[in-house]
Design a protein around this ligand. Sequence first.
Ligand code: ZN
Length: 267
Amino acid sequence: MLAVLAFFVGGSIGSFLNLAADRMPAGRSIVSPRSFCEACNRHLASFDMVPVFSYLWLRGRCRYCRARIPLRFMVVEAFMGALFTSIYFRHGFGAEFIVLGIAVSLLMVVALIDLERGLILNRIIYPSLVVLVLLAPFWTELGLTRSFFGSESMVASLLNSIATGLGAFLVFLAIALAFPKGMGGGDIKLAGVIGLLAGFPGALIALWLGIVSGGLVAIGLLVFRKLGRKDTMPFGPFMALGTIAALLAGGEIISWYQEVGDYVVRF
Ligand SMILES: [Zn+2]
């Protein structure tokens, strides 16, 4: 029953992120006005905003004017619902749920805006940097052992965040200087955020997953001619999704690696 609650919390936050992703790039307020239909301007009632179910019940259309609601709305709600459910199963409801929930939401809105507009907003990145530096000493206290090898002291946790954030920023800066067409300033700053957030070795897994999945998708798009050689593909969404995977399953990803490694060594 509580898992259903976690799903609805995640779905409702997903609904809010949909709105934020539409409004923030235009500099509009994310608080007011309340949700309304972009086609007929009618305010949505709370029963129009039950995550996932309203979309299915109304078959993806506005209740009042029947205008199509983008499928993205439901996909983000369902995805966030699933993520929050999985956080609940791992950590229950508590400080970990709140902190991981906020981190995942932040990454998701960055991914959405970059995917749709090719932008990573400083208005999201800079406040995140400040909050993550302040949060850096407390990861073990929050029950989230980012090192995966045991708990960190507060000083170790702070140093881990700052060193990993700075390291990721500098590595991505070097990549951007070497391949000026590949990566933008937003990606470099996002790498710093991810370093601060996930620490070592989490950020390594996060960015590695981002680079591999982004590279595979880019190759696929080139092969199927959906992407020209001169086109650019936003890279932020892959970094963000890689980080979500590392935050939720970093320990498992590391042990799979060790198992595969042991297997290879035995040959
Ligand atoms: Zn409408």
